[in-house]
Design a protein. Structure first.
Length: 407
């Protein structure tokens, strides 16, 4: 009996020590996250600067690419490697692991439906963490450009670093609207959005299937979050919905099928019978999910739509929870949620934008410029360290031209 008591006491002491060590380790990771993320993104800027239109870049460890069979000799194996988007079937980025200095990041410069007359204007895709994007544009497709239509998947498990979630960040050129198709859903972008996969609870699945009499199983939800500007869902249709900055919407995804270019049954597509949810305004704590990405330079800096300063304080896992009649997160863990309504009414709009018209966005923020060095000041002779903020994507400067309409 005494031996058993000693054994139990030893086990309890070991578990207590392990818990303390885990808390210390978690605190150390949290402290190092801002520096880790900033260094990784700066390295991506150095590796992928000047990325040409319709190309992809291996930004940060680790990234894997699958090429089309006819172009299988191509390689995408180390940071700074680049490849033509038309040759790619799929790109996969690895989960964040700070002790191993790993956080898969890939950068893409996508033409989308921008005219050839604007060669220096592109859509920037930044694939982060445990994520994957698959090309849905066949080589013989003359209606779309490579990666304008795609299937994507992101992990719903959360990351070590708060404010840097597994996600696909998409940013259009400043002052232009562009069209993409994500998992079969048409989206028009007027600045910066984040796309993520969300895991619904069984209760939410049941309620959606009952509400819309769905025969197909709901595997996951696609979340569209507008970080800056606006996103337009179902553009140029009676079901058009506008998602302003600091808001989000969700769409049901069905079981995986072989729909993309990699030849595998791993592509989730939206359910036609399950429309977009009502637009939901986000709290500052939810916007803080992307906090460490603020000011990241793509076409221009990412600006988060805070009402006031906020920083993430708890682990964010993208999992929706049902609290009738509104889906809201549990009190201990902030999670992406969405409001459920029986009908989905598009927001009022006075004018529909033609699908191939590029309308300048209103902006009150001037483009930052650099002050040149005085001509009589000599530069230092020693080697300067790399700049602390390197644009992840710096397109070639071109003379402004009038956007043309693509028919």
């Amino acid at each position: 009996m005494r031996r058993a008591s000693l054994f139990i006491a030893a086990v309890c002491a070991f578990l207590l020590l392990a818990a303390v060590q885990f808390q210390r380790s978690a605190a150390q990771v949290a402290e190092s996250c801002p520096t880790f993320v900033a260094n990784a993104l700066n390295t991506v800027g150095n590796n992928c600067g000047g990325l040409e239109r319709n190309n992809a870049c291996y930004g940060y460890n680790t990234v894997e690419a699958e090429f089309l069979a006819a172009l299988s000799e191509l390689r995408f194996q180390q940071p700074a490697d680049r490849a033509d988007l038309a040759s790619l079937a799929r790109i996969t980025t690895s989960p964040m692991q700070t002790p191993l200095n790993e956080w898969g990041i890939a950068l893409m410069s996508v033409q989308a439906n921008l005219p050839d007359a604007l060669p220096g204007q592109n859509v920037v895709f930044m694939l982060l963490g445990d994520s994957e994007i698959e090309n849905a544009v066949a080589p013989d497709d003359t209606e779309h450009t490579p990666m304008q239509a795609f299937y994507f998947r992101t992990s719903a498990a959360g990351t070590e670093c708060l404010g840097a979630p597994d996600s696909l960040i998409v940013q259009g050129p400043r002052g232009l609207k562009v069209d993409i198709t994500a998992n079969g859903a048409d989206i028009r972008i007027g600045s910066t959005i984040a796309l993520r996969s969300v895991t619904p609870t069984d209760e939410i699945k049941t309620r959606l299937q009952d509400e819309f009499a769905l025969e197909d199983e709901i595997v996951s939800l696609m979340e569209v979050t507008t970080l800056d500007g606006e996103a337009i869902l179902n553009p140029d249709t009676p079901q058009e919905q506008h998602v302003p900055a600091g808001s989000r919407a969700y769409r049901c995804l069905t079981t995986p099928d072989d729909l993309g270019m990699d030849g595998a049954a791993n592509d989730n597509t939206v359910l036609e019978e399950c429309p977009w949810t009502a637009i939901e305004e986000m709290e500052n704590s939810e916007i803080a999910t992307f906090d460490l990405l603020e000011d990241t330079l793509l076409n221009y800096p990412i600006e988060l739509p805070y009402e006031f300063d906020a920083t993430p304080t708890e682990t964010v896992a993208p999992e929706a929870t049902l609290v009738s009649p509104t889906w809201q997160p549990p009190t201990d863990t902030p999670t992406p949620t969405f409001t459920f309504t029986a009908t989905f009414t598009p927001l009022p709009t006075s004018t529909l934008t033609p699908s191939h018209t590029f309308t300048p966005l209103p902006t009150d923020t001037p483009v930052p410029t650099h002050t040149p060095l005085p001509t009589n000041t000599p530069l230092p002779t020693e080697t300067l360290p790399p700049p602390t903020e390197t644009p992840l994507y710096s397109p070639e400067t071109i003379e402004p031209t009038e956007p043309t309409i693509r028919h």
